[in-house]
Design a protein around this ligand. Structure first.
Ligand SMILES: C[S@@+](CC[C@H](N)C(=O)[O-])C[C@H]1O[C@@H](n2cnc3c(N)ncnc32)[C@H](O)[C@@H]1O
Length: 214
């Protein structure tokens, strides 16, 4: 049977994108062994895109909503300058423990501050216009509120990077029944209506929204 063209394209993109560090590869393997949920992590291609954006934009301070076992946090920390800081939010203690164990092993881990608890509480503590990059990757029904907080804490020109904006392709159905897909579809329309930002949606993995605060 002929391979799906999307799989062919994804394999080609993967083969023509730089590798991530060996620690990140180890973390992906251990995440699969311990949780069976390695697919939750952003993976190499999305990770390299994120690293290039952080480097090109010269971001000093970043915020992540949804740490899981720390893959994307380490991706961000690797790309930040030496004095850079990442605040990453996670509500699940067991995931946070795995993440912290890997942060401790990484030469970049000292840049990462893991805050356990509801992400919205943490975001509300962050000063207005203090951040250059926000990554949203936690509970889907809260994307809209995380986005509004992101716009509040971002400096002008700052970037919001949002994962899973296709929600497993369920947002493309004529009648959306899945609750996460409904929330994501509404979120995508909200971003399109928002004059505070400019945006581009990318067909990488489960869909990425790249948004710049004006
Ligand atoms: C898709 S995973 C994040 C994956 C991670 N960004 C990566 O690429 O490695 C989503 C995470 O968000 C966390 N989460 C869900 N709701 C949350 C909330 N209200 N506050 C903080 N974290 C939350 C989950 O426990 C889960 O670990």
């Amino acid at each position: 049977m002929k391979a799906d063209i999307r799989d062919v394209i994804d394999d080609y993109i993967d083969a023509h994108t730089d590798d991530v560090s060996s620690l990140l590869q180890d973390l992906m393997q251990e995440t699969e062994k311990l949780t069976g949920l390695a697919r939750w992590s952003i993976g190499k291609v999305e990770g390299k895109l994120m690293q290039l954006l952080i480097k090109i934009s010269g971001t000093q301070q970043a915020v992540e909503v949804g740490t899981f076992t720390g893959y994307s946090a380490l991706v961000i920390a690797e790309a930040l300058p030496d004095e850079g800081i990442l605040i990453t939010c996670e509500s699940n203690e067991a995931y946070g423990e795995i993440a912290q164990r890997y942060f401790n092993q990484s030469p970049y881990g000292k840049k990462i501050q893991l805050i356990l608890g509801p992400a919205l509480d943490t975001l509300k503590e962050i000063l207005e216009s203090s951040v250059g990059f926000v990554f949203i990757d936690a509970d889907k029904p809260s994307y809209a509120v995380y986005f509004d907080e992101a716009i509040r804490i971002l400096q002008p020109g700052g970037i919001v990077f949002v994962d899973n904006v296709f929600w497993r392709n369920k947002i493309f159905k004529n009648k959306i029944t899945n609750e996460n897909a409904k929330a994501i579809a509404a979120f995508n329309e909200k971003v399109m209506r928002d004059d505070r930002v400019e945006n581009v949606m990318l067909s990488i993995r489960d869909g990425v929204y790249l948004i710049r605060k004006k």
